[in-house]
Design a protein around this ligand. Structure first.
Ligand code: FCB
Length: 467
C-alpha cells in the first residue's frame, strides 16, 4: 500500500521530470570558499575577515566557524564525485583571495594557487565546467586593517588579484564572476554588522563599501579580459522584487527606497552607467567621494548577470537604517529555517524585473535554495528533505516559465552542493542538497539532490558534449 507521502513524492517527481528548459540550459551547484574549505592557514594561506570575525564571541549563533567546515580543501575529490553523481554540468565556487595573496596584495602564494589548479583540473576531467567567483566575502584581513571596502585602495587591490587569478587559471576557466552579492556583504558587513567585518556604521557604511566594491568590479572586468581573451565575465547580485506592504503612500515610498538600495543602486550602476538619482539625493552627505571617471569604470560591459534569489521583500515604512527608513513585513506563509518566506513566484518576478529594465545579455540564477533545521540520515539510508525537493521544483517551474516567455536565462545553480557553514547561522541551518555528517565528514545525497538531478539530467548532457 502506498502512503500519502509516497504519492506526494511521485507527484513531485512527475512535475520535475516534466519541466522543459531551453536547449543548452546549464544546471549546476554553487558553493563559497569560506563556507566549505576549512584549512584556514594551510599552505601559507593568510587570514581573512571571516577567519577573524568568527573569533568574536556571540557573533555566530552556535559559536562555530569555517575552520573545518566541509574540509573541502582536503576532500575536493569527494565533492566532485558528488557533482558527478548528480549529473551536473557546472560548478560555481569561489577562490579564497588569501590563498592566492595572503596579504591581499604583493607576494603571490604558489601553494595556494596550486589548490585551485587541482580543483579545476579535476572538474574538467569530470566534464564539469568551472564557474569561478573571485570574491565571496572573505576579504584579506591585511586589507581590512588598511580600511577594507571603505578604501579605494581595496578596489585597486581587488583588480590586481583578479588579474593574478585570471592569469593563473584563465587557460581553463572561462566563466568569471567578480563579486558575490555586494548588497549583502556591504550592508550586513558595514551598516548592520551581522557579517564580517562586523561594522555598524549605518547607511554611510553600506553605501561607502558599495561604491568601492563596485569600483573594484569595474576595474577587475578589463583586468580579466586582458588575461583571458575568451572570458565570459559577470557579476552576481542578490536581488528581489520589493513589494509595498499596503497601498499607504508611506509604505509605497519605503518599498521604492528599499528597491533603490538593494536593486537599482547596483543594476543602474553596472547597466546604465549612473547611480539612480533618487538614491543619490536620499543618501546625500552619506555618500563617499565619487570621482569623475567612476561611473564609466563601474559600467564596464559584462557578459551576464548572476541573480541570487531566495525570497521576495514586503516592505513598509519603519525605523531601519534612516534615511532608508523601512521595515520588513513577514506576511503569513511558510518560512524557512532562516526565516525567509517561501514564495516561488519571486523567481519569475525578478527575472522579468531585470530583463524588462536592464536587458542583460544573459542571466544566470547563480543561487537559489532553502534552509531547514539540521537533518539526519534515516535508517533507510535516506535524508527525506521533502520541503527542499518541492522548493526546487516550484522555483524551477518559475524559471522555465520565464525562459519560455523569452527571458534570456541560461542556467541555474542550486545553493548549495553540500551542507556547510552558513555564516552567522553556523551549522544550524543547512542548505545542502547533500547531507554532511560533520563528525565523520561523510557526504550523502539527499532526496532533494535526487529530484534536482532528475531535472538537470534533461539538458546538461547535450551541453557538456557540445561545450
Ligand atoms: C547567499 C550567500 C551564500 C549563502 C546563501 C544562503 O546570500 O551568497 O553564501 O549564504 O545566501
Amino acid at each position: 500500500m502506498t502512503s500519502s507521502i509516497d504519492n506526494a513524492r511521485r507527484t513531485l517527481e512527475a512535475r520535475a521530470s516534466g519541466l522543459v528548459f531551453p536547449h543548452g540550459f546549464v544546471f549546476g551547484a554553487a558553493t563559497a570558499a569560506y563556507q566549505i574549505e576549512g584549512a584556514p592557514d594551510a599552505d601559507g594561506k593568510g587570514e581573512s575577515i571571516w577567519d577573524r570575525f568568527c573569533r568574536v564571541p556571540g557573533v555566530i549563533v552556535d559559536g562555530s566557524s569555517g575552520d573545518v567546515a566541509c574540509d573541502h580543501y582536503h576532500r575536493w575529490k569527494e565533492d566532485i564525485a558528488v557533482l558527478k553523481a548528480l549529473g551536473l554540468g557546472a560548478y560555481r565556487f569561489s577562490l579564497a583571495w588569501t590563498r592566492l595573496l595572503p596579504e591581499g596584495r604583493g607576494q603571490a602564494n604558489a601553494r595556494g594557487i596550486a589548490f585551485y589548479d587541482r580543483l579545476i583540473d579535476d572538474l574538467l576531467e569530470a566534464g564539469i565546467e568551472p564557474y569561478a567567483t573571485l570574491y565571496h566575502w572573505d576579504l584579506p584581513q591585511a586589507l581590512q586593517d588598511r580600511g577594507g571596502w571603505y578604501s579605494r585602495e581595496t578596489a585597486i587591490a581587488f583588480a590586481d588579484y583578479a588579474r593574478l587569478a585570471a592569469r593563473s587559471y584563465g587557460d581553463r576557466v572561462k566563466r568569471w564572476t567578480t563579486l558575490n552579492e555586494p548588497w549583502t556583504f556591504c550592508w550586513s558587513g558595514h551598516a548592520t554588522g551581522e557579517d564580517a567585518p562586523g561594522l555598524r556604521d549605518g547607511v554611510k557604511g553600506g553605501v561607502t563599501a558599495s561604491h568601492h566594491a563596485l569600483l573594484g568590479h569595474g576595474l577587475a572586468v578589463p583586468a580579466i579580459r586582458a588575461e583571458v581573451a575568451d572570458a565570459c565575465v559577470g557579476i552576481v547580485f542578490d536581488l528581489n522584487v520589493s513589494e509595498a506592504a499596503t497601498d499607504d503612500p508611506r509604505d509605497v515610498a519605503a518599498a521604492r527606497r528599499f528597491d533603490g538600495a538593494q536593486n537599482r543602486w547596483f543594476l543602474d550602476a553596472v547597466f546604465k552607467g549612473a547611480y539612480p538619482q533618487d538614491m543619490l539625493a536620499l543618501y546625500g552627505d552619506l555618500l563617499p567621494p565619487i570621482q569623475a571617471q567612476d561611473n564609466e569604470i563601474i559600467a564596464a560591459p559584462v557578459d551576464y548577470l548572476g541573480i541570487n534569489i531566495y525570497r521576495r521583500s514586503v516592505i513598509a515604512a519603519g525605523d531601519e537604517l534612516a534615511p532608508l527608513s523601512y521595515r520588513r513585513v513577514q506576511p503569513e506563509g511558510i518560512y524557512s529555517a532562516v526565516d525567509y518566506e517561501i514564495w516561488p513566484r519571486c523567481m519569475y518576478d525578478i527575472l522579468h524585473y531585470v530583463n524588462d529594465r536592464y536587458s542583460p545579455p544573459a542571466i544566470y540564477i547563480s543561487e537559489n535554495g532553502v534552509a531547514t533545521m539540521p537533518e539526519t540520515v534515516g535508517e533507510d539510508g535516506c535524508v527525506w528533505d521533502d520541503l527542499r525537493a518541492a522548493y526546487y521544483v516550484d522555483h524551477l517551474e518559475q524559471v522555465a516559465k520565464a525562459a519560455a516567455e523569452g527571458v534570456p536565462v541560461r542556467g541555474y545553480f542550486a545553493w548549495t552542493l553540500t551542507d556547510n557553514f552558513e555564516w552567522a547561522y553556523g551549522y544550524t541551518t543547512p542548505f545542502g542538497i547533500t547531507h554532511v555528517d560533520f563528525a565523520t565528514q561523510q557526504r550523502h545525497i539527499k532526496y532533494s539532490g535526487g529530484v534536482y538531478a532528475m531535472i538537470a539530467r534533461q539538458e546538461t548532457a547535450p551541453v557538456a558534449k557540445s561545450a
